[in-house]
Structure formats: structure tokens, C-alpha cells
Design a protein around this ligand. Structure first.
Ligand code: MG
Length: 234
């Protein structure tokens, strides 16, 4: 199988800096192993940018499984905080995908998302680790209500805040024609799933990635927007 990917990251229309980070920063094509990452940093001042960048560097450079890469990212942030205690409290989400031999391995912490588009149908394959999503899981809130719930931004899991973090891991057998999307909440807060599905329905990855950024900015762009699109070819 061959894989074709594109990435895009934009600060949006309101924020003055971009605390998101993506890997890689350029589009490409491979029939070997591919690693793709979206991280959405937080922590005030420059700390959010520092956290997402450290996390991505650690996760991208370790030759480990998807889950171990995310664990390495968490350790790297903790080590930086130990060196520079004023950075305590910085953290990041991470949604990381490794693709090899027709299998996608997803490792995920936070509220950035992974979606798969197969046969024209869009499915969110990651869970959101925030308070509103937990209410939904407990049956106390509908998925629809969660999209506007005030605690939807309150994360229940974040990299960088503690030595131990629980990482979701998901494995998917890929088929030619599959398209995967990783994105920060700057996209999903602004653009509903049915509009994302439509944008994913047509065009090359590069085109689609920037179209999604544009859709989020057209809707207000209140947060940083990061997008990774991967196509699975024969
Ligand atoms: Mg965000």
C-alpha cells in the first residue's frame, strides 16, 4: 500500500500565536512507515507552544510503537518542567497515528480527534477526553448537548501534567480508498462533522487540508487549527 499525506496548521482569526504543532510539517508520499501527529498545547504565555513542540519532537524521534511514542512525549514535557519549574502546568493533547503494512495504530490523549472516512462515511475513531464527553459516556448528556456544554474544553487527560497518563490505543486494518483525518479542536469547534465529511469527499490531501482550515476560519477561527489528512492507496 502507498500512503499520501498533507498537513496544515494555522493560528486562526483570533489567537495571536499558534500553540498547536503538527508532524510532519510538509506533505509527502511513502509505501513505508508513516508517522503523523497533531498536538494542541496549553499553558499560557509561550508554555503551550513549548509543550506541543517538545511533545512532537519526542514522539516523532523515538522509534517506538504509537502508544510508546505518546508516553515518550509525556516524559519529555515532565523533564522540561523539572529543568524549568516555571513551566509547571504546561501540557498538550496528542493524537498520533503510525501507518505500516496496511495497519493504522492510533495513540491518543486529549480532545484533538481522529476520523476515518471509508465508503463515503465519516467516523470519529478517537474519544474526546473532556468532562462533557464523560457525561455523555455516563448517559447524562446527549452527544448533541455536549457540543455546546461549558465543560467541553475541560480536559480529563493531558500530556505533561503528571508522570503517568492513560493513553488510548486503537488499531485499524486499512483498505485502499480510506482517508484518515487528525485535527485539533480548532477545526471541530467551528465545523460540524457533516461539513467535514463533505470536504473530505473530494480533492487531494493538500487541497482538503487547507480547505478544512479555511472552513474553520470562515466560521470564526476562534482557536488554532491543525489538520492532517492521509490517503491510503493501492
Ligand atoms: Mg485548541
Amino acid at each position: 500500500m502507498r500512503y499520501l499525506w498533507a498537513t496544515a496548521s494555522h493560528q486562526g482569526m483570533v489567537r495571536e500565536n499558534n500553540e498547536d504543532a503538527i508532524f510532519p510539517t510538509s506533505s509527502g508520499e511513502s509505501s513505508d512507515r508513516v508517522v503523523l501527529i497533531v498536538a494542541d498545547g496549553m499553558g499560557g504565555h509561550v508554555a503551550g507552544e513549548v509543550a506541543s513542540r517538545i511533545a512532537i519532537n519526542a514522539a516523532a524521534s523515538s522509534g517506538l510503537s504509537a502508544g510508546d511514542r505518546v508516553a515518550a512525549a509525556n516524559r519529555a514535557i515532565r523533564e522540561e518542567v523539572a529543568r524549568e519549574p516555571s513551566l509547571e502546568g504546561m501540557g498538550t493533547t496528542m493524537t498520533l497515528l503510525t501507518v505500516e503494512d496496511g495497519v493504522a495504530n492510533l495513540a491518543h490523549v486529549g480532545d484533538s480527534r481522529a476520523y476515518m472516512s471509508r465508503d463515503g462515511e465519516l467516523t470519529q475513531i478517537s474519544d474526546d477526553h473532556n468532562v462533557a464527553a464523560e457525561y455523555v459516556a455516563m448517559g447524562q448528556l446527549s452527544a448533541e448537548e455536549a457540543t455546546s456544554h461549558p465543560q467541553r474544553h475541560m480536559l480529563t487527560r493531558t500530556l505533561g501534567l503528571s508522570r503517568f497518563v492513560s493513553i488510548d490505543e486503537i488499531s485499524i486494518d486499512l483498505m485502499p480508498g480510506d482517508r484518515l483525518l487528525l485535527c485539533s479542536d480548532g477545526l471541530t469547534e467551528m465545523v460540524p462533522d457533516n461539513v467535514i465529511a463533505k470536504a473530505l469527499g473530494d480533492g487531494a490531501p493538500e487541497e482538503v487540508a487547507w480547505e478544512l482550515v479555511e472552513l474553520a476560519n470562515d466560521a470564526g477561527g476562534v482557536d488554532n487549527i491543525s489538520v492532517v489528512v492521509l490517503d491510503v492507496l493501492d
